[in-house]
Design a binder for this molecule. Sequence first.
Ligand code: IPM
Ligand code: MG
Length: 382
Amino acid sequence: MNKIIEEAKEKFGKVLEAQLKRVEKINQTKEFIDYKSLDKIIIGVVGGDGIGPYITAEAEKVLKFLLDGKPVEFKEIDGCTIENRAACGKAIPDDVLEELKKCHVILKGPTTTPRAGDPWPNIESANVAMRKELDLFANVRPVKVPDQGIDWTFYRENTEGSYAVGSNGIHVNDDLAVDFCVTTTEGSERIARAAFEYAKKTGKTRVTAVTKANVIKTTDGKFLKICQDVAKDYPEITLDDWYIDIMTAKLVDPKRRTEFQVLVLPNLYGDILTDEAAEFQGGVGTAGSANIGKRYAMFEAIHGSAPRMVTEGRAKYADPCSMFRACVMLLEHIGYTDIAKKLETALDICMYQEKKYVITGRDTGVTGAEFSQYVMDTIKSL
Ligand code: IPM
Ligand code: MG
């Protein structure tokens, strides 16, 4: 028994060491990159797996059309496929990571995440690894359903919580497995501040912190306390706090849910709640997601790689709208606000108002390529 505990302590020690090093690193990067100071902005494009390359290609086409003549360079990055990642035994192969680090922003298609029982080795998710490697701490996920009064922006903490050590839990012995949940002062403060800054910039009046601080007292308690501290710097904005269980229920309460504006929450709750939220808007296929750090930012769909659509020969009918929404966020992030607005307006027309062509995911609807042409034609007519 003692030997087992000593071994586990040693592993725990390593976990703590790695996390303390991460805190040091967070403290080293103080300022956000200023895109205006760059001669050109390098946009990396990662197709990913399954339907990823199909929908990413459509998004790249639309981005190139919109940014024609602007000081940007597109850099296609191969090798972030499940086959190559499995062959290298790495969540992100070294050469791919090196290429990613040469970019300023990245447009990324969904990547397959292996789980126990899959034909792939159980490597870490490429999403999670990319968020950690590039320190993309804020996962921003907007959800809007105007005719139901829904206008939410989720600020999901993206590098800590249950994900920080997600692939390195400890099997103490055959009977006991332990995972870790990590909250740091630096990590919580920067996500809370990002949420409040966004609220301030966009004239929102309320930020809602979502935790389970009544039970997960140490880490969620710390997260909530830091949100409350940060809130003191924004007296014009109200902070309220909810527990994740009741928040999950209240999102389906038509009266209550319209009151929420900006929500800030630890990683795992953010993962779950944003899928639920996206469902009101038409499903995860319609939602984009921004992963923002101080030096890098990555924009993606919130859904997976849908390998079944590929095996059933339906990949060309996959809906690229989640990636188009990601492009709106990318354009906004690098300072092309007017162009972002144009794309957003065109998407609202094509997806919700005019609906001249409809994507169904099968041959009963148009292909992704036909839909992106529709979006570009709509942009031209604006
Ligand atoms: C997401 C996804 C990822 C996550 C998966 C693919 C690891 O669900 O971006 O929400 O859990 O963060
Ligand atoms: Mg998710």
